[in-house]
Design a protein around this ligand. Structure first.
Ligand SMILES: [Zn+2]
Length: 276
């Protein structure tokens, strides 16, 4: 299996996976979607009763939304995830009680009238846990309304809940190949504008493909030419892969962690099969 990176920025990756099989490409896709760990808020404690403002003004701890809806929204906020520094809570040396190696605490304290945003979550401890997407609306508070919550974040996997899914829409397509049989058609009279992604060009009586990775295997060129003149096929050992992350992990660390997980899972499977 080989990976050639075509595009890699904070939230997006596009690469060519070669020397692989459809099964392997799909395994990588599934690991990215459901096995990759991510930090998300999993427990929210709401303060009940009056909340005092700085000037002694009293606010009611009421909001226009039910507490469970606010908790759900907080759970979906992407939190910066440092995979090397944290354990799953259930596998931690604290035996699941919660400690700095498996949990991050946040507080949220806002008084109305205002809109509460994800950026109002204050990490208790290091500032590196501060939410990067600051303007995700959580709830709108009216006059005299206030919210005070303590939230606990922990690691989870996408297969447990979508809030633990760091990678969105991982997908791939077969690496395209276009072959021309010039005995069957006259390339100089062929209308290259039939290609919706505009990658065909006429050159010296032949047809040139300018960027094969843009081909979507739509067959429009093959359909416009006489039968057998143009063949568009997908390579079953090579794939154009792309995915984006929600910002909790960089695309590069998501990919490298997913490859580690896939390797570990394959080794475990091989071990179990050989012990049968
Ligand atoms: Zn712990």
């Amino acid at each position: 299996m080989e990976i050639e990176v075509r595009e890699m920025n904070d939230n997006f990756a596009r690469f060519v996976l070669s020397d692989a099989s459809p099964e392997l490409a799909n395994s990588l896709r599934r690991v990215l979607a459901s096995e990759l760990p991510k930090m998300a808020i999993h427990n929210v404690e709401f303060h009940l009763g009056p909340i005092m403002g700085e000037d002694g003004k009293e606010f009611e701890s009421v909001t226009p939304l039910f507490d469970e809806m606010i908790a759900h929204r907080l759970g979906l906020v992407p939190l910066p995830t440092y995979l090397d520094e944290f354990n799953f809570r259930s596998e931690c040396s604290c035996k699941g009680e919660g400690c700095p190696s498996c949990t991050v605490m946040y507080s949220l304290n806002k008084k109305g009238p205002c809109t509460v945003y994800s950026g109002d979550l204050e990490p208790l401890g290091s500032d590196k846990f501060r939410v990067r997407d600051e303007f995700i609306p959580i709830v709108k508070l009216g006059p005299n309304q206030a919210i005070l919550v303590y939230a606990t974040a922990e690691l989870g996997r996408g297969r447990e809940h979508a809030k633990f899914q760091a990678v969105q829409a991982p997908g791939y397509s077969y690496y395209p190949a276009i072959t021309f049989n010039y005995d069957k058609f006259d390339a100089s009279r062929f209308d290259v504008s039939c290609c919706p992604v505009r990658i065909l060009e006429k050159k010296g009586g032949k047809i040139d493909v300018t960027d094969i990775e843009k081909c979507t295997l739509c067959q429009a060129c093959a359909d416009s030419a006489p039968k057998g003149a143009i063949a568009v096929t997908g390579d079953e050992t090579k794939f154009v892969f792309r995915f984006e992350t929600d910002g909790s992990l960089s695309a590069a660390s998501a990919l490298s962690k997913a490859a580690d997980i896939l390797e570990k899972m394959s080794e475990e499977l091989a071990k179990k099969v050989s012990s049968l």
